[in-house]
Ligand binder design. Structure first.
Ligand code: PLP
Length: 431
């Protein structure tokens, strides 16, 4: 690494907390100095020194088509010529809303916001307004953005009442959230038996992909949906990662479970800041100005971002890259396992659609699958960090944390995937 990055990081730390604008970018999870990227193209990031990296982070998920997809770029460039913010009604969000509601039947109405966090915050507010209840049920190991009530962890004692997991989140806010373990059908039954009448909504990542890729047993989501329905609690699928990724209709389409509300982000904006929440018409009509639930945004449905989202979703709907991406990730995952096994490194790659997550160390669960945070081997953090740096030196950029998943885009070439396998094999877990 050149000193350029160190100098920029020193300057950055003087003017921004930790030198970054979102925590994981700061490399705390892997140690060392973050690389400052100057540009990106296709499957590659190019740093300020001109060094190129094959990018398996892809901006943390939004770029299913890779960097600077030509169709998205062209749409954005022509949108720029029309101005970049009107603060009025406009036809671009209408077109995107019509595309989504006509393709995703459980999204009867939709509202655009600027991030996944905002979408979650608003969906929870709508559920509380609709039910007149206050508690939200969430799962340990699922991430729903930095909404106060979701920055919580399971407390000890007191029937699943959560405690704050971030400084600045008050105990009274945390206490409105109930946190239970993933993949545990009994915990779901117990929570509803104890709190059923107080639960305003259950929120779940239908494939938890923010604390590693935590694969749930078959039947988990149907069981959860049945329990919630029986208690009269709306089901919120947080599809900020899975939406438009595991298929155009995300996990709602794949499972056939119709969520009452759904949150979107990441891919929906094609790399621009867009989030959205949508769902049952009667619930969405509670939102202002149609109804009493206040929610607003100066830059919401920004025309450039809407255009990028529209170009991205149209291309995904037309080209349907999903089966091919899934097949390629499956092949890649098994190849990584073989390459590391040949060096005597204990490693499993858990994968789903275009996401994969390399787990180092012995998984102690009976079926050798990590389904909840406590199943992650203790070797993960350090072994991943060593591999991460060995790959970075060779021009391969993984997410800078062993608890984040890797993403394949349609722009990755087979040669680039082969390079990843080869490089990982050569590092042998970088012992
Ligand atoms: C990324 C993510 C969020 C938060 O979205 P931001 O745009 O980062 O605010 C919420 N939920 C899930 C499932 C996510 O993956």
């Amino acid at each position: 690494m050149s000193t350029t990055h160190e100098n920029l990081f020193e300057r950055s730390k003087k003017v921004s907390p930790g030198g970054v604008h979102s925590p994981v970018r700061g490399f705390r999870g892997v140690g060392g100095t973050p690389r400052f990227m100057a540009s990106a193209q296709g499957a590659e990031l190019i740093d300020v020194d001109g060094k190129r990296y094959i990018d398996f982070c892809q901006s943390w998920g939004p770029l299913l088509l890779g960097h600077q997809d030509p169709e998205v770029r062209e749409a954005v460039q022509s949108a720029l010529g029309r101005g970049w913010s009107y603060g009025t009604a406009e036809p671009y969000s209408l077109e995107l809303a019509e595309l989504i509601t006509s393709s995703l039947p459980w999204v009867e109405k939709i509202r655009f916001v600027n991030s996944g966090t905002e979408a979650v915050m608003a969906a929870l507010r709508v559920a509380r307004a609709a039910t007149g209840r206050s508690k939200i049920l969430k799962f340990d190991g699922c991430y729903h953005g930095h909404v106060d009530s979701m920055l919580v962890k399971a407390g000890s004692g007191l029937a699943e009442m959560a405690v704050s997991d971030s400084a600045g989140v008050s105990d009274s806010v945390a206490a409105e959230t109930i946190v239970i373990p993933l993949n545990d059908f009994q915990a779901i039954d117990k929570a509803f038996a104890a709190h059923g009448k107080e639960i305003a909504a259950v929120i779940v990542e239908p494939i938890p992909a923010n604390n590693g890729l935590l694969l749930q047993r078959d039947g988990f989501l149907p069981h959860l949906a049945r329990a919630a329905r029986a208690a009269g609690a709306p089901v919120i699928f947080d599809e900020v990662i899975t939406g438009f990724r595991v298929g155009f209709g995300g996990m709602a389409e794949k499972t056939g479970i119709k969520p009452d509300l759904c949150t979107y982000g990441k891919i929906i904006g094609g790399g621009f800041p867009v989030g959205a929440y949508g769902g049952r018409k009667d619930l969405m009509d509670l939102v202002a100005p149609a109804g009493p639930v206040y929610q607003a945004g100066t830059l919401s449905a920004n025309p450039i971002a809407m255009t990028a989202g529209l170009a991205t979703l149209k291309k995904l709907k037309r080209d349907k890259p999903y089966a091919e991406l899934e097949r390629r990730v499956e092949t890649l995952s098994r190849a990584i396992e073989r390459a590391l096994a040949s060096k005597g490194v204990a490693c499993h790659v858990q994968n789903a659609s275009s996401m994969f997550w390399t787990v180092f160390g012995e998984i102690k669960t009976p079926d050798r699958v990590v389904r909840a945070p406590q199943d992650i081997p203790s070797a993960q953090k350090e072994t991943y960090a060593r591999s991460f740096h060995a790959l970075l030196d060779q021009g391969i950029y993984l997410a800078p944390s062993g608890y984040e998943v890797s993403f394949l885009s349609t722009s990755h070439t087979q040669a680039q995937l082969d390079r990843l396998v080869e490089a990982l094999g050569a590092t042998g877990g970088a012992r």
